[in-house]
Design a protein around this ligand. Structure first.
Ligand SMILES: Cc1cc2nc3c(=O)[nH]c(=O)nc-3n(C[C@H](O)[C@H](O)[C@H](O)COP(=O)(O)OP(=O)(O)OC[C@H]3O[C@@H](n4cnc5c(N)ncnc54)[C@H](O)[C@@H]3O)c2cc1C
Length: 800
């Protein structure tokens, strides 16, 4: 072992070895992996080894598909047998809603290029898995790319392949401490100290402690998980093919063949955490005693699904632990504020996600950006709030228990909530507010009559008419919208303007003005759809999406320059927006200064009644509107004053659902839908905000796009002939049976009375009037390209 490496990877499980392999593969060979015992001695050795490409999150599904395709390559490269059995797999639907969901997802998988799936009747499914009972099964999805592998063999294969490419690894070497230095890290091990530029936390069950070694509290916890392996099942032994990997969602079990018997794994509804502060250091290759009382119900369902196992014995019980983050996705990437500290942990399904995690992290470390959109697994998708132990317990527990439970897009889950509440939260609740959550914050969805409960559904819900009324208020009167859920960053210092001019691709706003500002990565792909405000007193604000706070702050910090200071105002500022044609009448009544001179995209300091506020004349609803930003302590007062002042014009509180419907009618894109870090200015229309005459981060790549052949796909607005449901995102778009794009977001335009979608489609299918079709909840519906902004295309309302 040398005394210095470029990278030290901590942990020799499936994830650490995959990171090591990918680093070496992409050209960094001065890398070492340290394992405190033997390879795969954490959760990796006792995994069930199941692999399946399907995941409710399309980004994770793509990652899983990559991993599965990689496995046979690793086997070849290493010469190590990984026991790969590609049996194909079934996912069963046991309720009408689930069957609908599966059909919808089948189409979404097509959008992301997972084409090896088919929908089956229960009888067809049973033919492929004859040991299964079809009782209660309404349909199934088949996927070719499913099966299982030998777990320790796979870890060994990654490690051997990495070594063949020049990387090193050492077993029986425990990392005991991490000390940050000016140019990297000292890694203190029981075999001596190593220096390096980068450390990677791939410590699996021990990730929490390896985080704490560097003063980092990761939102991760181990939970226990059961599977059993049966003795020989006569039908299995007699079959001349292998049983497919089968997931029974309503039964909470997954099944695969194991020699002549079967393995049945259980996602226990009655979950149990273990070692929330990380596994004990002396924890070895041990298992817990099975806890039959905890899994009785799921076990019964499993025995009913595979009746033949009722007559055979159970050969092996496994009750082991593996790690979860609050949303179940991995924690990957550079930890904000800890230069050179990278995470590759909380990987719930290391054998089906580990390849993708290793690839993503290695690209990130070497090139500064991964190829895929890493947001769903980015460690910076969480903030400080997620360090809280109870938050971690509630959210990881909820995720685990609901692993196979269907979540509807309009469903609100309770774990870790309510946490942060805007000061006027209780008064708004009293007024009927129904809340959603963004990051740690409760955000208003809509205001309903007392006693109203929204029914979870994949289609339009019983809140449809309520949201329609709020949209009408926004378009015809005055709506009041709590905008605590916007992010605000303050930029000051002698070089503030120079810095902003460099990181934003747009021209900067003049004094007292605001401007939409795309922010690009060096690759020319989007990093933000932000608004820059120039208050005229040497302070600038950047405003954006609330849930990106830690993510954007990491980007700002990484691109910082001398003489600039940036502060996240998320704990200091909040506010209300007054939107609609009558908004000026409301604000005017309270403003101590003349507000009529504040033109569209103007901003300034105003006294709104007793509140000193920073006001900007803009609105994402596309109406005339005033965003009134105030200090947290003034929120309650501001709301009361605005409601009183607006009483005579019938002001009404509205929520984010109406805001989203109205923005769709204006074809205004939003982050995580129309804008992601995978897309470019040319694809999304963001290029119209770029100032090509100046220098900015990402300019070369953006110019190459502008001056080249242009993007293959561009953003369009679609009108969909929908029935009782609207597109939501990732549904495929078709032209005469050929897939030509996918929906980025969709919904009902209440004021225009149209079902709308925004979509990325092939350029030759983007002309207004092109007839297309879109799958909506699994059903193909006619759609056509319409001109952007079906409501008020000339933007007269917002400029009025
Ligand atoms: C019962 C069960 C069934 C499962 N079934 C599946 C399945 O079917 N498919 C699937 O994909 N996944 C499955 N999993 C999950 C899978 O096991 C994990 O996702 C995977 O093992 C995580 O790998 P890892 O490398 O992140 O962590 P680990 O395997 O825990 O590896 C971490 C390694 O880091 C080492 N380490 C920790 N701290 C230090 C230190 N300070 N110094 C040096 N070394 C250190 C440890 O010794 C360990 O070897 C299952 C898990 C369980 C418990």
């Amino acid at each position: 072992m040398k005394s210095h490496y470029r990278v030290v990877v901590i942990g020799g499980g499936v994830v650490g070895t995959s990171v090591l392999y990918h680093l070496a593969k992409f050209g960094w060979t001065d890398v070492v992996m340290l394992e405190r015992r033997r390879l795969a001695s954490g959760s990796s050795w006792h995994a069930a080894g199941g692999i399946h490409a399907l995941n409710a999150d399309p980004n994770m599904a793509a990652l899983q598909a990559y991993t599965i395709d990689l496995l046979s390559e690793i086997e070849k490269e290493s010469g190590q047998n990984i026991g790969l059995h590609m049996t194909g797999g079934l996912t069963l639907a046991g309720t009408p809603e689930r069957w609908e969901w599966l059909q919808a997802n089948y189409r979404i998988f097509q959008s992301i290029g997972i084409d090896d799936c088919e929908l089956l009747t229960p009888q067809e499914a049973q033919k492929r898995c004859p040991i299964m009972s079809t009782d209660g099964v309404l349909g199934a999805m088949w996927a070719d790319r499913e099966g299982y592998i030998d777990t320790t063999g796979t870890v060994q294969a990654y490690a051997t392949a990495a070594r063949k490419r020049g990387a090193e690894y050492y077993e029986d070497t425990k990392v005991e401490d991490l000390i940050q230095t000016a140019d990297g890290w000292q890694v203190v091990t029981d075999k001596g100290t190593i220096t390096c530029e980068h450390v990677v936390n791939a410590a699996g069950l021990w990730a929490k402690q390896v985080g704490r070694m560097a003063g980092i509290e990761l939102p991760v916890s181990p939970l226990k998980h059961h599977y059993l392996i049966t003795d020989t099942v006569p039908e299995v032994a007699a079959a001349d093919f292998e049983m497919p990997m089968t997931v029974d969602l309503e039964g909470f079990t997954y099944m695969r063949q194991d020699q002549k018997g079967i393995l049945v794994g259980i996602y226990e509804v009655n979950h149990e955490h273990w070692a929330m502060d990380g596994a004990p250091w002396n924890y070895g290759e041990e298992l817990f005693q099975e806890q039959l009382d905890r899994i009785e119900n799921e076990l019964t369902l499993g025995f009913e699904r595979y009746p033949s196992i009722q007559d055979v014995g159970i050969k092996t019980w496994v009750n082991g632990a593996f790690t979860f983050s609050p949303d179940g996705n991995p924690l990957v990437g550079p930890v904000p504020g800890k230069r050179g500290y990278w995470c590759a942990c909380a990987v719930m399904a290391g054998f089906l996600q580990g390849g993708g995690v290793g690839k993503t992290l290695a690209e990130w470390m070497i090139h500064g950006e991964p190829e895929a959109d890493a947001w769903p697994m980015d460690v910076a998708r969480y903030g400080k709030y997620a360090e809280n132990k109870r938050y971690i317990r509630e959210t990881t527990g909820q995720f685990y228990s609901r692993r196979f439970v269907m979540t509807y897009p309009n469903e609100q889950l309770p774990a870790g909530r309510p946490l942060k509440m805007a000061p006027a939260h209780d008064a708004m609740t009293e007024a009927g507010c129904k809340w959603g959550v963004s990051w740690d914050l409760e955000v208003p969805l809509y205001f309903a009559p007392k006693g109203f409960e929204e029914t979870p559904t994949l289609k339009r819900s019983n809140a449809h008419d309520i949201v329609a009324e709020e949209c009408k208020v926004i378009r015809e009167g005055a709506g009041l919208l709590d905008i605590t859920g916007f992010s605000r960053y303050e930029v000051t210092g002698p070089n503030a303007e120079t810095w902003l001019d460099r990181i934003m691709a747009s021209r900067l706003p003049a004094t007292g003005r605001a401007r939409l500002a795309p922010m690009l990565a060096e690759t020319g792909r989007l990093k933000g759809d932000l608004t820059v405000l120039n208050w005229g007193d040497d302070t600038w604000w950047i405003m954006g999406s609330y849930y990106l706070r830690a993510w954007h702050m990491r980007w700002f910090d990484d691109h910082m320059m001398e003489g600039v200071s940036i502060r996240d105002l998320g704990e200091e500022y909040c506010g209300f927006a007054v939107v609609g044609p009558k908004s000026q009448a409301v604000v005017e009544k309270l403003a101590e200064q003349d507000i009529s001179g504040l033109k569209f995209m103007g901003c300034g300091d105003f006294d709104i009644g007793l509140v000193r506020a920073r006001v900007a004349r803009m609105s994402v609803t596309g109406e005339k509107g005033y965003e009134i930003n105030c200090r947290m302590g003034d929120h309650v007062k501001l709301r009361r004053m605005l409601l009183d002042a607006g009483a005579d014009v019938g002001i009404r509180e509205c929520g984010f659902n109406a805001m989203l419907s109205t923005r769709l009618e204006k074809s205004f894109g939003i982050w995580s839908a129309e804008f992601t870090q995978l897309y470019t200015p040319g694809m999304t229309g963001m290029d119209r905000w770029i100032d090509w005459d100046k220098d900015f981060v990402g300019k070369q790549a953006a110019l190459a796009e502008r001056d080249g052949n242009g993007p293959d796909q561009i953003q369009v607005t679609l009108e969909v002939d929908a029935l009782d449901a609207d597109a939501s995102g990732y549904e495929p778009v078709w032209a005469n049976g050929e897939r030509v794009g996918f929906v980025t977001s969709g919904g009902y335009g209440h004021y225009t009375g149209k079902s709308l979608a925004m979509a990325l489609v092939d350029r030759d299918k983007a002309a207004v009037g092109t007839e297309l079709s879109v799958h909506v909840v699994g059903v193909e519906r006619p759609a056509r390209v319409i001109a952007p902004s079906p409501h008020d295309p000339e933007g007269k309302a917002m400029r009025a």
